[in-house]
Each structure stands twice: as structure tokens, then as C-alpha cells.
Ligand binder design. Structure first.
Ligand code: PLP
Length: 389
């Protein structure tokens, strides 16, 4: 008997993530090199782990305040004040969440009414569309162009604005393209948001992972602090994916609304992860910088390698992804990813998993060792010889 008709329409309308399928194929094979996962290959730096061990030893095993421990909120506030000259009130403008994943879900549910539209530049992280649908909103994809290094402009957004447009959801440095946005780009988006009175949800989880450019925070753009729900976390920069810890910053109305949902659904982020996150902000920077310089080496290796193989590839400036154009092979991004794993045992993700405008591309994560990247490039070279269009 099927129970499909008992499921909610919003859940039914969300497609399963296009990423997992390739992990499942990879899991059944030996000697697979994975450029698929969007996760640091580093273990969380020891001092961060140690702080959690001590916390447990001292018996910190309870709930915390819904908004997160004051200590962590204070560290987050200090960090934004020092790094971006942005000043958030620890009592009303900061919410500690279970990863950026939860913060994103809360932001969408707090802001979007049924049927309201959210502008989402694509290609983008897989949860943006699904999260909007689950919040009963309508995701409106706005294709970004490779010729413009996947930066989005007001001219590209403008035709998609309707009376139902409520928010714009941006993520940079970008997953899957590695694109960044610079100050001039952001100022234009800020003016656009102001002109159309839109809420801006800005996912800056890769903000610390930039190469040769300093990340610009959207909330620091003129008049944007109150209009922006800024999302960030510890998963990527501090290699803390399994700790499940992130946060949202925004005006007291947004944060109170998000806290309302959070307190009934999650209650609080785990205390152990909050203790570790305090340590990450206090003493984690040098470890983070070392990981960033390792990613940078790998980034240059894979970028040069893919270019030498003749694939059109723009140079990523942030995150740990590269997004080559594979259309010259005559294969779709799905076919390319599927054949590559079956024939050469290299896992990557088809660009189409990140929206229609990702078609013709594949996402390779370079959060893996130099040796593995070199071997993956050898295998891709062999694959390309066998698949000349
Ligand atoms: N946002 C982006 C752009 C991501 O790539 C990811 C994870 O891959 C997340 C959010 C989720 O991060 P978290 O581990 O903090 O939930």
C-alpha cells in the first residue's frame, strides 16, 4: 500500500538532492577518488576538540539558552566587530543554530509567506530551492553567467521581480562555482534590494575561504545591516562539519522570529559544539589560515590541470570548488559524472544538481590531498581521450 497521498504537497514537490546518488555509486567501489563531497578533508584542529573534551569533563552536558550561550554570542559579536566593523547586539541580534542549514531554514520560514517568491541566483547550493519550497515559498531561479564569472547583477535580477518577490537569497563565495562577489557587485545588489524593499538572506559560510581577495560581508554594505539575515558557521572554515554549529545575525525582529521557530523545533544547538565554537573563534584562526593556504595550493593545481586538459574553466576565488565546462565532450553533466565514476572511478557532481544553469558543468571539490587531485587529473585525461566529441 502506498502512503504517498498522505504526504504534504511541499515535501512531494522537492526532488531528492542530486549529490547523494553519486556518493552511493562511489560507496560500492574500491579505489574511488572523490572530488564529490563538499567537506574539508581535515580533522577539526586539536585545541578546538580539546576544549570540548574539557567541557565534557567539567560536566557541561545541559541545554543552553535558546539563542546559544552568551559566551559564544559574545565571541561572534566580537568577531564581526573586528573583522567587518559590524556591531550586533548579543541579546537580540544573534542566534546560534544547528549549522547554517538550520539558520537557512529558519530565515526562510520566518520571512516567507505561502506563495511569496524568493530570487535565487543559480547555480547555487542545493538547499536554497528546496528550503524555499519547504517554507511554502516559490523559488525563482536567476541564471548567473560564466562570462561574468558567475557574479549576479541587478540587470539580471530585475526581469524576475514581481509584486510577490519577498527576498533574495545569495551565497558567496559560491558553492558550486567558487565565484566571489566584490564590493562593487554587492553595492549594486544592495541598491536593488533597497529599491524593491527585499529581505536579503546572505549565506557566507565560505567567507573565510578566499584566495587573494578579502571577503566582503553583505551586511556591511550601505544600509544593509537591518535588511540582511547573515548566515555563517564553523563547518567549512574550521573543518567542523560534524559538530553542526552555525549562526544567524540580523535585526531583532528577524532574529526573534527565527528564535521562536528554533525554540519549538530545536531548543538549542548542542552545548559541546558551542564550547568548541568559542575556542574556534578565540584561538582557531592560525589553524584556519593554514587550511586555507593548503586549499589554495590544491586550487591552483586543479585549475592548471583542468585547463591543460582543454576544459574551459574559470579560476575560482573562494570556497573549495571548481566548476569546469564539460560541454566540449558532447556529454551532459549527468552523463559525464556517471561515466567518469564507472569508467575511471572519479566521483564528482553534475552541475545540473545546482540548478538548470549548472548544466554543461561539473563540480569538483578540491578539499582533498594533492596526490589524489593529481591522480584524478590523470584519470580525467584518460577519460577525455576516450570521449572526444
Ligand atoms: N551553505 C552552503 C553554501 C553550503 O555549501 C553548505 C554545506 O555544504 C551549507 C550551507 C550547510 O552548512 P552547515 O554544515 O553549516 O549546515
Amino acid at each position: 500500500m502506498s502512503w504517498q497521498d498522505k504526504l504534504s504537497d511541499s515535501v512531494k514537490s522537492v526532488a531528492p538532492s542530486g549529490i547523494r546518488k553519486f556518493f552511493d555509486i562511489a560507496a560500492q567501489m574500491k579505489d574511488v577518488i572523490s572530488l564529490g563531497v563538499g567537506e574539508p578533508d581535515f580533522v577539526t584542529p586539536w585545541p578546538i576538540r580539546e576544549s570540548c573534551v574539557y567541557g565534557l569533563e567539567r560536566g557541561y552536558t545541559s541545554y543552553t539558552a535558546n539563542r546559544g550561550t552568551l559566551e559564544l554570542r559574545q565571541e561572534i559579536a566580537n568577531h564581526y566587530a573586528e573583522q567587518y566593523d559590524l556591531h550586533y547586539d548579543v541579546n537580540t541580534e544573534i542566534l546560534v543554530t544547528v549549522g547554517v542549514s538550520e539558520a537557512l531554514d529558519l530565515a526562510l520560514r520566518a520571512v516567507v509567506n505561502p506563495g511569496e517568491e524568493v530570487l535565487i541566483p543559480e547555480p547555487c547550493y542545493v538547499s536554497y530551492q528546496a528550503g524555499t519550497i519547504l517554507a511554502n515559498g516559490i523559488p525563482v531561479s536567476v541564471p548567473a553567467k560564466i562570462e561574468n564569472e558567475f557574479r549576479i547583477t541587478p540587470e539580471e535580477l530585475e526581469p524576475f521581480v514581481t509584486p510577490k518577490t519577498k527576498a533574495i537569497l545569495i551565497g558567496y563565495p559560491n558553492n558550486p562555482t567558487g565565484a566571489i562577489m566584490e564590493r562593487d557587485d554587492l553595492i549594486k545588489i544592495a541598491e536593488f534590494a533597497e529599491a524593491h524593499d527585499l529581505v536579503v538572506i546572505s549565506d557566507e559560510i565560505y567567507g573565510d575561504l578566499t584566495y587573494g581577495t578579502i571577503h566582503e560581508c553583505f551586511a556591511a554594505m550601505p544600509k544593509m545591516k537591518d535588511r540582511t539575515i547573515l548566515l555563517n558557521g564553523f563547518s567549512k572554515a574550521y573543518a567542523m562539519t560534524g559538530w553542526r554549529i552555525g549562526y544567524a545575525l540580523g535585526n531583532p525582529d528577524f532574529i526573534a522570529a527565527m528564535t521562536k521557530i528554533h525554540q519549538y523545533t530545536i531548543l538549542c544547538a548542542p552545548i559541546t559544539a558551542q564550547i568548541a565554537a568559542v575556542e574556534a573563534l578565540r584561538r582557531g584562526e592560525k589553524y584556519m589560515k593554514k587550511m586555507v593556504s593548503d586549499y589554495d595550493r590544491r586550487r591552483r593545481l586543479i585549475h592548471d590541470g583542468l585547463k591543460t586538459l582543454g576544459l574551459k574553466t574559470f579560476e575560482p576565488r573562494g570556497a573549495f570548488y571548481i566548476f569546469p565546462d564539460i560541454s566540449s565532450t558532447g556529454l551532459t553533466s549527468e552523463q559525464f559524472a556517471e561515466k567518469l565514476i564507472v569508467e575511471e572511478h572519479v566521483a564528482l557532481v553534475p552541475g545540473s544538481a545546482f540548478g538548470k544553469s549548472g548544466a554543461g558543468h561539473v563540480r569538483c571539490s578540491y578539499a582533498t590531498s594533492v596526490d589524489k587531485i593529481s591522480e584524478a587529473l590523470n584519470r580525467i585525461e584518460h577519460f577525455l581521450k576516450n570521449h572526444k566529441a
